[in-house]
Ligand binder design. Structure first.
Ligand SMILES: [Zn+2]
Length: 156
């Protein structure tokens, strides 16, 4: 596996593809068409039983092909483990504790910059409210309000 792919979340997918190419891809068939499950043997990717030098070349080539397949998919798609996806979906339900976010300059903790809802591994925020609220403050501490909220009316 190349250094670019090792240690990434894609590594398990690369390993899965390598195993499938080496051991045979399983095609689920089509129950409606009475087409049975098939194992598509791919001898070109099978290193077992080959001389060591040849086996090493096959393994390296198979891994590169698996990495290229993952890279191709990841151009426009995100590969996410099913259990991780379930957590992400759950995280869209704001259920956790609510946390105020203060700048270090707000020693009295009286003027939060934002309020986040912690939900599992993520913190959720109302983006419109956050961006609008922050855009009305001075960037420099102590972040006093510089503009009134945009009410859609001009003047005053
Ligand atoms: Zn500050």
């Amino acid at each position: 596996m190349s250094e670019a792919m090792t240690g990434t979340r894609s590594a398990p997918i690369v390993d899965l593809i390598v195993a499938a190419l080496s051991g045979g891809l399983v095609h689920a068939g089509d129950a409606k068409e009475n087409d049975p499950v098939k194992i598509l043997g791919l001898p070109a990717f099978r290193a077992a039983g080959r001389p060591p030098e040849e086996a090493k070349l096959i393994t390296t080539g198979t891994t590169m092909i698996a990495e290229a397949i993952v890279q191709l998919i990841e151009v426009d798609h995100e590969i996410v483990a099913r259990n991780e996806l379930a957590l992400l979906r759950e995280s869209h339900e704001p259920t956790g504790p609510v946390v105020a976010v203060h700048c270090r300059c707000d020693g009295t903790r009286t003027d939060p910059l934002a309020v986040l809802t912690i939900s599992g591994p993520v913190a959720l925020v109302d983006g419109k409210q956050l961006i609008g609220g922050l855009s009305r403050r001075e960037a420099a501490c102590p972040h006093a309000g510089v503009r009134k909220p945009n009410t859609g009316q001009d003047g005053s």
